[in-house]
Design a protein around this ligand. Structure first.
Ligand SMILES: NC(=O)c1ccc[n+]([C@@H]2O[C@H](COP(=O)([O-])OP(=O)(O)OC[C@H]3O[C@@H](n4cnc5c(N)ncnc54)[C@H](OP(=O)(O)O)[C@@H]3O)[C@@H](O)[C@H]2O)c1
Length: 281
């Protein structure tokens, strides 16, 4: 699996990771496919998608439990486990408590990346960031990240940190969701903050368009045919075309996992990148 530098750190993470929103439930815990979920997460790791993204809110904690169950058979050092604190838990004590609870559910002593899931204007960022630094100091997370932060707020979070850096900002980015291209991605590129693209397949809708043959879907399908790749692989390769971007598609089936793992390690030509960008703008 192709890897990219995380923030300004020496560490490299896989270009394609695994998202887990819906694995173990959405807003409540769903235990109905635990066995299949654990199998899927393990297969993702075997395919090199060792960056696993979860959150305390996913499946009301059950997603973290399943990730924990799945990863215990692997060497901890080979994994990059990321989770997030919900935005009602951004007071100092709440951040620390949430992180400890996530670690318990994951069965880990530390996570690699701990993120603020969404900003909360009612809680000072400086207080939240003070707690995030304490977590690093105590060895509960290796890195600090944010999610759904615009450029202004990201700048504020960077300023609020005293001894650590924000290594990443997780935001929605795909062929069909381009809002972050204007200001946020250039800001992250200038400041050495990795963009972790979520919903990179538009929850599957982008691939559907290629199959249904919409105007822009046909461009995607034509390029896929020429490269001998699937539309999903082209859509993901487009997302990570810029050096500072990695992504975390969610997949539960073996076929999807294999396809997604094969979306890196090669590159769309500049001409095809631009054609797709224009067709889907
Ligand atoms: N920070 C945030 O606020 C935030 C918000 C949303 C998402 N996220 C993170 O980002 C991850 C990914 O985003 P997402 O789950 O919203 O959407 P996504 O990754 O764009 O799409 C997932 C959907 O696409 C399907 N799929 C996966 N691979 C495919 C392929 N190769 N071909 C066709 N369909 C494919 C999956 O089906 P199967 O499951 O059946 O394989 C699933 O239905 C989440 O799981 C979560 O970890 C973060």
């Amino acid at each position: 699996m192709e890897r990219r530098r995380l923030g300004r750190k020496g560490e490299e993470i896989p270009v394609i990771g695994l998202g887990t929103w819906g694995i173990g439930g959405y807003s409540t815990a769903d235990h109905s496919s635990d066995g299949r979920a654990v199998e899927a997460i393990r297969y993702a790791v075997e395919l090199g998608m060792t960056h696993i993204d979860t959150a305390e809110i996913y499946g009301a904690g059950h997603s973290e439990e399943l990730v924990g169950q799945a990863i215990r058979v692997f060497d901890r050092d080979s994994l990059f486990i990321a989770t997030k604190v919900w935005n009602t838990h951004l007071r100092y004590d709440d951040v620390i408590r949430s992180c400890r609870r996530s670690l318990e559910r994951l069965g880990l002593r530390y996570v690699d990346l701990y993120m603020v899931h969404w900003p909360n204007p009612r809680i000072p960022l400086s207080e939240t960031m003070r707690a995030m630094e304490k977590l690093v100091k105590d060895g509960l997370t290796r890195y600090i990240g944010v999610s759904n932060f615009d450029a202004r707020l990201l700048g504020e979070a960077m300023q609020a940190l005293k001894s650590e850096e924000i290594v990443s900002n997780q935001v929605e980015y795909s062929l069909s969701s381009r809002y972050v291209e204007r200001e946020l991605i250039p800001f992250c590129e200038r400041n050495g903050v990795t963009v972790v693209a979520y919903t990179p397949l538009g929850r599957g809708r982008i691939v559907d368009e290629a199959h249904r043959g919409t105007v822009r879907g046909r461009v995607l399908a034509e390029i896929a045919g020429r490269y001998g790749r699937t539309p999903a692989q082209i859509a993901l390769n487009w997302v990570v075309w810029r050096e500072g971007v990695v992504t975390i598609p969610k997949a539960a089936s073996r076929r999807h996992l294999e396809e997604n793992a094969g979306a890196a390690g090669w590159r769309l030509s500049l001409e095809d990148y631009r054609r797709l960008s224009d067709a889907w703008s």
